[in-house]
Design a protein around this ligand. Structure first.
Ligand SMILES: Nc1ncnc2c1ncn2[C@@H]1O[C@H](COP(=O)(O)OP(=O)(O)OP(=O)(O)O)[C@@H](O)[C@H]1O
Length: 261
């Protein structure tokens, strides 16, 4: 077992850390319906690293991603993107931060059906009134193999190609961090492997920071590091994961969970 104890994350911005949570808790509901989805989670996502978040169903993976990406608010504790503390931002500033500094890839590709692949890729920058860096955008498009599909609309593309458009869209504005929520959940294994390969290339070749929630040990095997959640707490991490080792660790987590949780 190569899992290592988790180092406590420093309370102040650390160099080389793209995003971090400190003592992040998230509670939904109250009284009988109260659910502690996250319980004092402190974690840093280093720049240029590909991290997978895993754990049994309901353990808080999506909640962690949504809070870390500013899509949901913390009940207590803090979240930073770079040196920006999200709780200091008003709604407009938070929207701008998500648009300008974070890339998102969801299980459903979330492309606009009336726009071409190229228009979908540059849409966030168009909305922001930013001129795309053409050389960079072309490099991303070449990396994900979409050069001859740019004028196609989503309905004219396969699922794998649509997710490649979503990957290019997430990377095109050079965000500080890309968050993926089950990005291969709707793809067959070959298309999924391609998308995961592109995400890994974006980390290796472009220095991108990627954080991905997944149920799939094979997908997690593409990451540099896997962090494991159980019942809202961070319980372990694994560096240089392999699918077999991740699967073994997940079996442990599934069997050690309380039947009531
Ligand atoms: N909006 C909400 N209101 C109430 N409870 C919620 C809400 N969102 C999530 N929860 C609860 O918080 C806990 C964590 O949910 P979350 O979706 O983060 O888990 P997950 O690990 O991503 O699950 P899965 O792998 O099944 O997608 C669960 O018990 C869930 O029921």
């Amino acid at each position: 077992m190569t899992a290592q104890p988790l180092a406590p994350f420093p309370p102040h911005p650390a160099p080389g850390v793209a995003a971090a949570t400190t003592e992040l808790s998230k509670v939904y509901g109250s009284g009988d319906t109260r659910v502690v989805a996250l319980d004092r989670v402190s974690i840093g996502f280093r720049e240029g690293e590909f991290t997978a978040i895993m754990g049994p169903s309901g353990c808080g993976k999506s909640t962690l991603m949504h809070c870390a990406a500013g899509l949901d608010s913390a009940s207590s504790g803090s979240v930073r993107i770079g040196t920006t503390e999200l709780s200091t931002l008003n709604d407009r500033q938070l929207t701008e931060l998500r648009r300008d500094r974070i890339g998102f890839i969801f299980q459903a590709f979330n492309l606009l059906p009336t726009l071409t692949a190229l228009e979908n890729i540059t849409l966030p920058m168009d909305i922001a009134g930013r001129r795309p860096d053409q050389a960079w955008v072309q490099r991303i498009i070449g990396m994900v193999g979409l050069t001859d599909r740019l004028s196609h609309r989503p309905a004219q593309l396969s699922g794998g190609q649509q997710q490649r458009v979503a990957v290019a869209r997430a990377l095109a504005s050079r965000p500080a961090i890309v968050f993926g929520d089950e990005p291969t959940g709707n793809l067959d294994s070959r298309a999924g492997a391609e998308v995961l390969g592109f995400l890994r290339d974006s980390v290796r070749e472009l220095g991108q920071t990627v954080v991905m929630v997944t149920h799939d040990p094979v997908a997690a095997g593409y990451a540099d590091r896997v962090v494991f959640l159980s019942d809202g707490s961070l319980v372990d991490e694994m560096v240089r994961p392999t699918p077999d080792r991740v699967l073994d660790r997940m079996k442990d987590l599934d069997t050690t969970r309380s039947p009531l949780s």
